[in-house]
Design a protein around this ligand. Structure first.
Ligand code: DAT
Ligand code: MG
Length: 149
């Protein structure tokens, strides 16, 4: 089953939106496979956002993500990567679809509340970067057959 890495960023945590984000993913039918509330260190932040190194927003991005705790999670389900990206909305809150998290709670790209892996390949890499194998939980959910075809 596809896995994706999801993070409630420091602004989402500070604004009390951990539950809101989790509720939306649960309601959608996705299944939680791992979660930890943590402070992001410099090294992890730089590896995670390595692709953006050199861009003008890179430094503010690293400062933001390391500034306060985050909620790091792994969610699974069919098409989990695309489904979660859609639930979070486009990178810029003013371009995010109405009903998405970034639309409903955000205004600025540098305070866009959540992270979600953008491809199946990156999902696998980000899950491996943020979580040890032993931190992931595989479990049967009674309603699975009514959500997963
Ligand atoms: P996403 O988080 O939707 O995957 P991304 O990977 O392109 O977006 O960028 C990572 C984060 O960097 C994004 O959530 C917010 C910040 N960011 C991206 N583009 C930016 C820009 N043009 N100005 C300021 N911050 C930006
Ligand atoms: Mg991205």
């Amino acid at each position: 089953m596809e896995k994706t890495f999801v993070m409630v960023k420091p602004d989402g945590v500070q604004r009390g939106l951990i539950g809101e984000v989790i509720a939306r993913l649960e309601r959608r039918g996705l299944k939680l496979a791992g979660a930890k509330f943590m402070r992001v260190g410099m090294e992890l932040a730089e590896t995670h956002y390595g692709i953006h190194k050199g861009k003008p927003f890179y430094e503010p991005l690293i400062n933001y993500i390391t500034s306060a705790p985050v909620m790091a999670m792994v969610w699974t389900g069919p098409n989990a990567v695309a489904a979660v990206r859609q639930t979070m909305g486009a990178t810029r809150p003013t371009e995010a679809a109405p009903g998405s998290v970034r639309h409903d709670f955000g205004l600025e790209v540098g305070r866009n509340l959540t992270h979600a892996s953008d491809s199946v390949e990156n999902g696998e890499a980000e899950v491996a970067l943020w979580f040890d194998e032993s931190e992931l939980v595989e479990w049967g959910r009674a309603i699975d057959e009514w959500v997963f075809e």
